[in-house]
Structure formats: C-alpha cells, structure tokens
Design a protein around this ligand. Structure first.
Ligand SMILES: Cc1ncc(COP(=O)(O)O)c(C=O)c1O
Length: 336
C-alpha cells in the first residue's frame, strides 16, 4: 500500500470498472481457491467493501413493492437496504436444526412471487453456520423457479476451522445464471477499514450494478486496488495463522460456556460464537445482565432478527487474555 500510494498515478479518479490488475487478481483467486472461472472483464467489479455492495444492490434491483428475502438472523443491511430502496424485506428464519439454513419450502407462494432478491451468507454471521450439503443447489433451483436474484455474501469464506473449506456460491451449477457473490477483503486480510471487495458473477447483473455505481461513487483508490492484489496473490499463510488464532479462542470460549451449562456448538466458520441464553432469560435480559454484572459486552441475538431471539453472539476478535477474562467473568455470573 505504501509503495503504491507513493506513486502519483494512483491518485487520479479511478474507473468504476476497476484496474485490470485488480480484476485479474480476483479472477485468479476465484480459480485457485474456489475452482470457479470468472471473466475478469464482464463478471467482476470492485466494491468499497461488502456493505456498500449489499446496500447498493438493493437500489440497483428493487422497486417499491418488491420483496427481498433476508436471512434471519442476519447482517442488518439485508433488511435496511431493501427498506432504503422502498422495497419490503421478508425474513427467512435460519433453522438451527437445518444447520442454520433457511427452509426454502416454507417461503409462502405470494412472497416468492414478489421476491426479487435473496440474501444468503455462509460462513454465516451471526450463527457460524456453514454449507456442508446441497443447499446452494436448492437455492439456485428456487431462484430459477421464482425469478429471484441470489446475492451470496461471502465475507467469511476464508475464516474457517477444523479443516473445513467454504465453497463459493458460484461453484454451484447454474449459480452464475441467477446470482452474484459479494467478496470482501475485510476479514481475510484484516483490512476492515480499507474498504475493499468485489461483486462477482452474472455479467448482466454486474453490469447493472456498475451502471448504478457510476452515479454514486467514483471507484476504489487505485493504490488500494494494488494493495488488494498483493493480498489476494500472496501465499495466504497469514490467513492460516489467523484462523489458528481464532480457532484457539473459539475453543476457549466454547469450553467456558459449556462448563457454565450453556448450549453452544463450536462454529466451523466466521468469527463469532452463537450461544443459547440460560433458561428463563431472553437475548436482551441476558445481554443486559452480562453487561451490568460482569461488565462484558455480548450482542443480543434478537438484534440480528426475530429468529435470533434466545441467543447471544460473542466475538472472537479480542486478544486471548481479554477473552479468557470475559469467559471467567460470565462464568462467575452464571454460577452466582
Ligand atoms: C456477513 C457480513 N457481510 C458483510 C460485512 C461487511 O463487510 P465489509 O467490511 O466488506 O463491508 C460484515 C461485517 O461484519 C458481515 O458480517
């Protein structure tokens, strides 16, 4: 980044299409990592992080009266984005017994008829759910039958544990006909503040998104595009080291929560532990008690949607000693 920021030619207005080097690098990553061939010219466009892309995709594809199907619990922009576009977000509850996948057969016919977008996200925030079956194929089938655009938020594809490797949605046969994937460098390379990502997939959809963005922002700082190339083309050892750190923290936290009698499964992906609150508590009451009496901040599951009620989310992005201390304080609280 420093080297490229020192070059005067990276300070001009960028093109919204992105530098050739950036698009080639994303295409190379998709081929190496996911076995997915994408055309760097027509099927990739840079975005200023996944959040920007998710918010703007609503403006690109939704009209008032349309429905956007949103994973519940889910990243909040899956519901606020459609509202900003004048459309209606309809929650798709993620079912714990289905590995935190939605039951697509439970979507009412009138909702499916009005649906234009469907937001999916695996590895999942906040539940830690991952794809281990043919769910993406069923999502493609649903999208074809109901003329829905699937947007798969792939922000956590590289943050996985226990040897699990997350697939790209685009590796599913037919996926590129019906959808897009939003890829982000934020979590994989600890670049959250840099705002680098890419929208990858169906060429017509990518083009529509590009058209919208030419009227909203002026592209990604070119030095950042080159820094992103360096990250994507690197040997990925740093990512493996980081996942090992998160996995150690996950195990510490899961062991501590289980010792307290809380029901929790060790997640195979993402950077959160999703735990059921003790009997008799709600998400909000347990969150408040943990804050007031143990001075530890956890997130109430209900903040991510109605289906998150009864859970709290705990983040693994805390130094080991702080995480240990938080676990101990919560344990004392539950014991008392
Ligand atoms: C599921 C999910 N999608 C997207 C984002 C945002 O990613 P970015 O930093 O690329 O905007 C987050 C950040 O927490 C997230 O959890």
């Amino acid at each position: 980044m420093c080297r490229h920021a020192a070059r005067p030619d990276t300070h001009q207005y960028p093109s919204n299409r992105g530098r050739q080097s950036f698009r080639d690098s994303v295409a190379g990553f998709y081929a190496r990592r996911f076995g997915v061939e994408v055309d760097p010219v027509a099927e990739i466009i840079p975005c200023l992080g996944a959040k920007e892309a998710i918010a703007n995709l609503n403006l690109a594809f939704l009209d008032p009266g349309d429905v956007a199907l949103a994973s519940d619990p889910g990243y909040p922009v899956y519901t606020t984005g459609p509202l900003l576009a004048g459309a209606e977000p309809v929650p798709m509850p993620l079912v714990p017994e289905l590995g935190f996948q939605p039951d697509l057969d439970a979507i009412p016919a009138d909702v499916a008829r009005r649906a234009r977008l469907m937001y999916l996200n695996y590895p999942n925030n906040p539940t830690g759910g991952v794809i281990e079956d043919d769910f993406f194929a069923r999502a493609v089938d649903f999208a074809r039958r109901h003329d829905v655009i699937v947007v798969h938020d792939n922000a956590y594809s590289e943050i996985t544990y226990d040897g699990y490797r997350a697939p790209s949605f685009l590796a599913t046969p037919g996926a590129k006909e019906v959808g897009l994937e939003v890829f982000s460098l934020s979590k994989t390379y600890n670049m959250t503040g840099w705002r680098s990502g890419a929208v990858v997939g169906n060429a017509d959809l990518v083009s529509a998104f590009w058209q919208l963005k030419t009227n909203i922002d002026s592209g990604m700082f070119e030095a950042l595009q080159e820094a992103s190339v360096a990250a994507l083309d690197s040997n990925q050892d740093s990512v493996a080291r980081m996942c090992a750190i998160y996995q150690r923290r996950r195990d510490v936290l899961v062991d501590a929560l289980r010792a307290m009698g809380l029901a929790v499964e060790p997640p195979k992906g993402a950077i959160y532990v999703w735990a059921r609150v003790p009997e008799g508590e709600t998400s909000a009451s347990f969150t408040e008690r943990v804050l007031e009496e143990a001075a530890v901040v956890v997130s109430p599951g209900s903040a991510y949607g109605r289906a998150g009620e009864g859970f709290v989310r705990m983040s693994l992005t805390l130094a080991d000693d702080r995480l240990d201390e938080a676990a101990e304080r919560i344990a004392r609280l539950v014991a008392g």
